[in-house]
Design a protein around this ligand. Structure first.
Ligand SMILES: [Zn+2]
Ligand SMILES: [Zn+2]
Length: 210
């Protein structure tokens, strides 16, 4: 079961050009089984997700990409507005209460562009990795060096990695995805499989699994 866990549309993210219908159509065309629309700070209504799913014959789920003081986090399974939640600790509490899952979103972004990139050891010690359930090790916007660095960090953490395209335009849909061992037909299935760690990350365009 192949799902792109991280995507933005122009409907909910003003940084995105992607039409939701185009997103679903293209995802199906390239062979994905499902998509998660993860706008910034807000989650789509279940009815709108279901309508898109019915229309295009592909699983369409929702999540939220929340900005925190420790970086951005993908949240699944929480439907209350999160824009009032301030800070990672409060977010963790809200997500736990709702039975959701938190994944660190592109936590290595920008490191390789620094004059003195941090060491793996330095990054391992960052608090965000004690706050999340998994890490987005393959992000569609990341260069090879950043991906390599992320893999090195993840090998040392007791956390699994997911893949997400972070698509803001059609050509990046499905660049990075997550392969689940079991079928997923609902948000509850997704949460269960994420919690059970039955998945791996796949960089489709670099033909690389982690
Ligand atoms: Zn982001
Ligand atoms: Zn994003």
């Amino acid at each position: 079961m192949i799902i792109d866990l991280h995507m933005h549309t122009r409907f909910g993210s003003n940084c995105s050009y992607l039409d939701p219908g185009e997103l679903a159509r293209r995802a199906r065309e390239i062979g994905l089984d499902g998509v998660c629309i993860t706008e910034h700070e807000l989650c789509w209504e279940a009815e709108a997700l279901n309508a898109l799913s019915r229309e295009h014959g592909i699983l369409v789920l929702g999540g939220v990409e929340v900005s925190t003081e420790m970086g951005q986090v993908l949240v699944y399974g929480v439907h209350q507005p999160l824009w009032k939640v301030s800070g990672m600790r409060e977010l963790r509490g809200v997500v736990d209460e709702g039975g959701g899952v938190m994944i660190a979103s592109h936590p290595f972004r920008g490191y390789m562009l620094l004059n003195e990139p941090p060491s793996v050891e330095e990054v391992l010690a960052r608090e965000i990795f004690q706050m999340v359930d998994a890490v987005e090790v393959f992000n569609g916007g990341a260069a090879r060096r950043e991906l390599d660095f992320g893999c090195q960090v993840l090998r040392r953490l007791n956390l699994k990695g997911v893949g997400g395209s972070d698509a803001h335009a059609a050509h990046t849909i499905g660049r990075c995805v997550t392969i689940f061992e079991r079928d997923i037909a609902s948000e509850n299935d997704l949460l269960e499989e994420l919690k059970a760690r039955r998945f791996k990350a796949w960089h489709r365009s670099m033909e690389w699994e982690f």
